[in-house]
Design a protein around this ligand. Sequence first.
Ligand SMILES: [Zn+2]
Length: 82
Amino acid sequence: MAAIVLTGSPPIVIRYDSWEAWRADLAQPLPPAPLIAAGTASCAGCWGQGRVWEPAPNGEGLVPHPCEDCGGAGLVLTEPPA
Ligand SMILES: [Zn+2]
């Protein structure tokens, strides 16, 4: 008998051939994917936002400027490219 389960967020319907196949899939979870690419780190100058907020010239609030450390990317290389 086929097993149909809802999993994930948002829920996705997945059909397994049997409950044994569902148990086997649960027993071997995928390793978590890295949040950012290997060899990179969040920029320390802008905390990964890619922009730095500075006071506006006219004194009315803050204005975003591209980060000079990372060029607006929010990530910096921690290892030299191979
Ligand atoms: Zn930056």
